[in-house]
Write a protein that binds this ligand. Structure first.
Ligand SMILES: Cc1cc2nc3c(=O)[nH]c(=O)nc-3n(C[C@H](O)[C@H](O)[C@H](O)COP(=O)(O)OP(=O)(O)OC[C@H]3O[C@@H](n4cnc5c(N)ncnc54)[C@H](O)[C@@H]3O)c2cc1C
Length: 388
């Protein structure tokens, strides 16, 4: 929509990065997005290309091929990918950069980082994050995928549901319960190759939106995973590792949401200038103009909350409440903006070919994935001392 990104969190280097990602999005993603959405899949080559351009390791350590940049660099990537014309690609790339690899980068052994993080940053291996199960979504500590130690290996059994990048993933960052009868204290994170015996995709899932991304259910049946693939080397540390990683996941999803909302609002403003009813442009009907002015205002507030939260982190804070506020507020604003934009398009907004119908469908996941609105409120209420 052309809003400025001026904020103390961004340096001239971030602006340059933004320009280069924008060029990539305009030339190498946007022209193909309709085709990929219809196919329900986009080529793995997109990961390799993002790897070649250095986009998959912006905030990862240089030792493993990353750029060693700050948190804001990764969020510039997500926000700009949000402009590509669908939510599926930022989500899939975000799983690679912000969901399946941060805990590996922060807590994994050098051997694990060499084997999985380096190729993930290069776009040569694709990762997925496998937390959710048929009976445990919001309640992460309730996972029942079970790991039992047998010498130098772990035998893992269970099911994982709604796994993004699942069809194409080379490895899973897998959440496992390693202490029977335990909750948080028994959660451990493993890196699991998807070509191991016993790992299978039991179902491919069809979705309301995010259609260009692949989402599957996994079954793990007596999968033997080396002890060396346990992130951090000790069991029972996975919950804390995951909660740390989830903060970045939430911010990355919010950044993509700002990009998507900005994109569709810009498109709708153009539509409102072109489409005429009752002898004048839609945008000249005050009700429509005010609806879009309200949407722009809300989007600016959401953007400011997100950038400010990132700025606090870069000053050394760990503002968990604000991260949850930003995640929830951006998701809600994105949904309101998409809904108002669809309304402004009238009947055309309901058509498959209208970009706004995809934006509306894709936005809905933002209030569910990576922690629902309700779970974000739980986090905020606990952090603010509202509930115990
Ligand atoms: C397209 C898509 C992609 C996904 N990708 C991944 C992925 O890559 N990896 C992965 O692990 N997961 C993934 N997920 C799963 C996603 O993170 C979960 O769906 C989400 O966390 C919610 O869990 P649930 O679906 O089990 O809902 P539930 O936990 O069953 O919740 C149902 C409803 O109850 C509410 N609720 C639950 N507990 C409370 C409470 N204590 N107080 C108030 N309200 C409550 C929730 O907010 C929600 O509205 C994906 C989901 C989708 C739809």
């Amino acid at each position: 929509m052309g809003a400025t990104h001026r904020h103390p969190v961004f340096t001239p280097e971030h602006d340059e990065l933004r320009d280069s990602i924008r060029r990539f999005v305009d030339k190498e993603l946007r022209p193909f997005v309709d085709e990929w959405e219809d196919a329900g899949y986009f080529p793995d080559a997109v990961f390799r290309r993002c790897g070649e351009l250095g986009f998959l390791g912006l905030h990862h350590d240089e030792r493993w091929g990353g750029a060693g940049g700050d948190l804001a660099s990764g969020l510039v990537l997500m926000e700009e990918l949000g402009h590509c014309g669908c939510g599926a690609i930022p989500m899939a790339i975000g799983v690679q950069t912000h969901m399946s690899t941060p805990a590996l980068g922060e807590f994994g052994s050098d051997e694990l980082r060499e084997r999985y993080l380096r190729p993930a940053i290069a776009g040569e291996k694709i990762g997925a994050i496998a937390i959710t199960e048929p009976d445990a979504g919001s309640d992460v500590a309730g996972v029942t995928t079970r790991g039992v130690r047998d010498g130098d290996t772990w035998i893992i059994n269970g099911r994982k549901l709604y796994i993004t990048n699942g069809k194409r993933a080379d490895f899973l960052t897998l959440v496992v319960q390693t202490e029977p009868g335990s909750r948080h204290r028994g959660v451990s994170l493993f890196i699991v190759d998807t070509d191991l015996d016993g790992v299978s995709v039991s179902r491919s899932l069809r979705k309301l939106g995010m259609r260009g991304s692949d989402t599957v259910e996994f079954t793990l049946d007596d999968v033997r995973v080396p002890h060396a693939n346990l992130i951090g080397g000790k069991t029972g540390e996975g919950f804390a590792q995951l909660m740390w990683q989830l903060q970045y996941e939430r911010l990355s999803g919010a950044a993509a949401g700002i990009g998507q909302a900005d994109e569709i609002l810009g498109e709708t403003i153009r539509y409102a200038r072109e489409r005429r009813t009752f002898g004048k442009a839609l945008g000249d009907h005050q009700v429509i103009a005010h609806k879009l002015a309200d949407a722009a205002t809300e989007l600016e507030a959401a953007r400011a909350l997100l950038y400010n939260t990132v700025w606090k982190i870069q000053q050394g804070d760990y503002p968990v409440a604000e991260i949850s506020m930003a995640k929830k507020f951006v998701a809600q604003v994105q949904n309101r903006v998409a809904d108002d934009c669809l309304q402004v398009h009238g009947g055309f907004g309901y058509m498959h070919e209208a970009p706004v119908s995809r934006a509306w469908r894709d936005a809905r996941l933002q209030r569910i994935g990576a922690g629902t609105d309700e779970i974000m409120n739980e986090v905020i209420a606990k952090r603010l001392g509202i509930s115990g």
